[in-house]
Design a protein around this ligand. Structure first.
Ligand SMILES: Cc1ncc(COP(=O)(O)O)c(C=O)c1O
Length: 443
């Protein structure tokens, strides 16, 4: 295990510990640092995807096998980011690799209906209770934009309720007060899991309200599960208000074979998905009630038009279909999520054992480590957290051979097994043993 040498016998504080860890990372990953600097000459800050930036610089990866990735400096890491949940199948699944090859050999960019898209749509409709019909697009962001725009066009109303600190895509980002780049829709914000406050807001907007959009577990918002009563209230109140309930399962559909909405028994009007369903290629889909989706039938008068050059691209369709029908079995999904439950509980137990404030929240294969004593039930409870603790944890875990998201999020993949979970818990224990004195203590 790598203990930070600056700690040896010296009286330092958290900032100095972070600085020393970052310096150690820079030394171990000199080629990544050089690559990052070079990238910054043409990409702003060397970056083309905000979530991938962290201090002191993001490591460049050269490849992956199973649940492991390799860095440019030749270091192997256990991948616990799993492409922010899209990497469900790991990096080298043979079935998916063969599907990509079949698609490429058959010719790409065909520009007509292909032989895969309808079969894939049928599989999604068969599996997920929230889909009577589905349409494909290219990303989760696009799926949510289409769902929101559909709700507004269908109801003839403008307003949308979203959850404070929620994330539904690059132009639908509501963390820390939102983004100036967000879509100019009139959003109102509810507090996740606040049943009475959200009910009042829905009733208040009533005739102006087109839709309520939320995740059945906040993903980027901190892996905070919804109370079943909260979802039931939104289902009931949106129906009463004549507004649509949109569930965003771009991240959470991996948490149960039938999607999280299927596991919880909630059927929204519109349901969005993405990420792993493209088998590793870009993907998004939106669907739901047949009477709503059939408005997109181009043979009907007054149909909604929905374009997208790559909506049915053969790579996403073929790899997505292969993964969904041949790799993502019910047994595999259950096993991965059971391992996630064990890991999440193990993380919380390790913090307790070392007397350090911290816990992991989430469900199954998605979780988030928080430096807070008790699991938060709504994102506002995370406001007071000292994010420097997660900065240190992130860099120190990289130094110990584990890639987790800088914000403490973890997403498992199917190849990730018991041995990797045990190794991570041992590394976390070591981290807390070394750095415990600089972190908030349990009383
Ligand atoms: C809940 C949720 N919705 C939508 C998106 C956007 O998906 P994409 O990155 O494919 O546009 C994400 C991405 O992380 C997400 O977590």
């Amino acid at each position: 295990m790598t203990a930070n040498s600056v700690l040896d016998g010296r009286n330092i504080d958290l900032d100095a510990a972070i600085e020393a860890s970052r310096a150690q990372l820079a030394t171990a990953h000199a080629l990544s640092l050089a690559r990052h600097r070079e990238a910054a000459t043409s990409l702003p800050g060397g970056n083309t995807r905000a979530v991938l930036f962290y201090h002191p610089f993001p490591l460049t990866f050269t490849g992956g096998q199973g649940c492991r990735v390799s860095t440019l400096d030749g270091v192997e890491l256990i991948d616990m980011v799993s492409e922010y949940s899209a990497g469900l199948y790991g990096h080298s699944d043979a079935t998916i690799a063969a599907a990509f090859k079949t698609a490429i050999d058959g010719g790409v960019a065909l520009g007509a209906p292909n032989t895969v898209e309808a079969d894939y749509a049928a599989e999604l409709v068969k599996c997920f209770p929230g889909y009577e019909r589905v349409r494909f697009c290219n990303s989760g962001t696009e799926a949510n934009i289409m769902a929101l725009s559909t709700a507004r066009a269908l109801t003839g109303r403008k307003k949308i309720i979203a959850m404070a600190e929620g994330y539904h895509g690059g132009v639908l980002t509501f963390a820390h007060g939102g983004s100036p780049l967000n879509l100019p829709f009139p959003f109102s914000f509810a507090t996740y899991n606040d049943i009475e406050g959200t009910r009042a807001l829905i009733r208040d907007l009533a005739d102006d309200l087109a839709a309520v959009i939320l995740e059945p577990m906040m993903g980027a918002g901190g892996c905070i599960p919804a109370e079943p009563a909260f979802l039931a209230m939104i289902r009931e109140e949106t129906a009463a208000a004549g507004a649509l309930m949109i569930l965003d399962e771009v991240m959470t559909s991996r948490l149960h074979y039938r999607g999280l909405h299927g596991a919880l028994g909630v059927t929204p009007d519109l349901l969005t998905m993405g990420k792993y369903l493209g088998g590793g290629a870009s993907f998004g889909c939106f669907g739901g009630r047949a009477d709503i989706l059939d408005r997109f039938d181009p043979s009907r008068a007054g149909a909604f038009s929905h374009g997208g050059t790559f909506n049915n691209n053969i790579l996403s369709m073929t790899a997505g279909m292969a993964g969904f029908t041949r790799v993502r079995t019910e047994e595999a999904v259950d096993k991965m999520n059971a391992l996630g439950d064990r890991l999440r509980e193990g993380i919380t137990a390790t913090f307790r054992h070392r007397g350090v404030v911290g816990c992991a929240t989430g469900r199954g294969s998605l979780m988030n480590i928080h430096v807070i004593a008790e699991p938060p039930t709504t994102p506002a409870m995370l406001d007071a957290i000292d994010t420097r603790c997660l900065d240190l944890l992130h860099v120190e875990m990289l130094l110990r051979g584990f890639y987790i998201a800088p914000r403490g999020m973890i997403a498992l993949s199917l190849p990730y097994g018991e041995a990797e979970a045990d190794a991570f818990l041992a590394a976390l224990d070591d981290f807390l043993a070394v750095y415990g004195p600089y972190l908030p203590r349990r009383h």
